[in-house]
Write a protein of this length. Structure first.
Length: 279
C-alpha cells in the first residue's frame, strides 16, 4: 500500500509538473507580447521584455488599427470565414450521410483517400494547388481561400459519422415511404439533428481560418484583400520591424478568436463529447 501511495504521489507530481511547463511555454510569450504592446520603441529597446511598461498607453493599438487597415482585414476575414464554414458544414454532413447510409463499390476507397489526404503534408501539393487556383482565374480573389477552406477533412467526417450512427435508420425508411427523396431526408430530418456536431466543427473551423496566415498571404497578395492575419505583415520590413506596433496588432488579431472561443466554448466540448459517446 505504501509503494502504491508513493507511485500515486509521483504520478500526480509529474502530472502537475508537465501542466506547469505547458502553461509557462504558452503564457510567457503571450505576456511578452502584451508588455511590448504598451511600450514605446525607446522603452522597448532599453528595458527587459519582462519589465512592466512605465505607462499603459493604448497609442500603439490606435496606430496598429489604422496603419494595418484592420477594419478591411476584419471584413475580408469574416467574409471568407463565414462562407467557408457554411459550405464546409454542408459538404461534410452530406459526405458523412452518404458514407454512413449507403453501400457502394468504392466506399472503402473513399475512406482511404481521406486518410491519405490527412497524412500527406499539404505543402507537398502546394505547387499543384497553386497552379489549379491560378488556371481557374481565382488567384488574388476571395474565392481562392474560400475553395481551399471549404473542403472537408477526416476529423470532420469522423465526428459527423459518430452523430449519424446514433440516428435511427427507421426515420429514413419512414420518410421514404411518405415519398421523400434522399435530399429531402438529409435537409429536413438528418441535418437538423446534426446541429450540435455542426456547431462544434464550425467553431473549430472558424478559429482555424481566422488564425491562418499562409493561405491568404499566398493567394491574396493585394492589400485590398488583406485579412486580419496578413495585416500583421504591415509592421515587418526589410530594414526595420516595429515590435511595439506589431505586438499591439497581434493582440487586436487575437481578440475575435478569443471572443468566439469564450462565448461558444460550451458548444465545442458538448459537441465533441456527444460525438464520442455511443448509446
Amino acid at each position: 500500500m505504501e509503494r502504491a501511495s508513493v507511485y500515486s504521489f509521483l504520478g500526480k507530481s509529474l502530472y502537475y509538473v508537465i501542466l506547469s511547463l505547458i502553461t509557462i511555454i504558452i503564457f510567457v510569450p503571450l505576456l511578452v507580447v502584451v508588455f511590448a504592446a504598451f511600450k514605446t520603441s525607446p522603452e522597448l529597446a532599453a528595458t527587459s521584455p519582462f519589465a512592466l511598461p512605465k505607462s499603459w498607453s493604448f497609442h500603439n493599438f490606435a496606430v496598429a488599427f489604422e496603419k494595418a487597415n484592420m477594419l478591411v482585414g476584419l471584413i475580408n476575414s469574416l467574409s471568407v470565414t463565414v462562407s467557408s464554414v457554411v459550405i464546409n458544414a454542408i459538404l461534410g454532413a452530406m459526405t458523412a450521410f452518404v458514407l454512413n447510409r449507403f453501400n457502394f463499390r468504392f466506399k472503402k476507397t473513399i475512406f482511404l483517400l481521406f486518410i491519405i489526404a490527412s497524412v500527406v503534408p499539404a505543402y507537398t501539393t502546394e505547387v499543384a494547388r497553386f497552379q489549379t487556383i491560378k488556371s481557374l482565374g481565382l488567384y488574388n480573389t476571395l474565392f481562392a481561400p474560400l475553395i481551399i477552406y471549404a473542403g472537408t477533412d477526416l476529423m470532420q467526417i469522423f465526428i459527423y459519422l459518430q452523430f449519424i450512427e446514433k440516428i435511427s435508420k427507421q426515420l429514413d425508411e419512414s420518410a421514404l415511404l411518405d415519398g421523400a427523396s434522399y435530399f429531402r431526408i438529409f435537409r429536413s430530418i438528418l441535418f437538423p439533428l446534426l446541429l450540435p456536431a455542426t456547431a462544434t466543427l464550425a467553431i473549430i473551423k472558424a478559429v482555424d481560418i481566422m488564425n491562418d496566415m499562409y493561405i491568404p498571404y499566398l493567394y491574396m497578395p493585394s492589400k485590398k484583400l488583406s485579412t486580419l492575419s496578413t495585416a500583421l505583415m504591415t509592421f515587418v520590413g526589410e530594414r526595420a520591424t516595429y515590435w511595439n506596433e506589431l505586438s499591439a496588432a497581434i493582440i487586436l488579431v487575437m481578440l475575435p478568436t478569443i471572443l468566439i472561443y469564450l462565448v461558444l466554448r460550451k458548444f465545442i466540448f458538448a459537441g465533441l463529447m456527444d460525438g464520442a459517446m455511443k448509446e
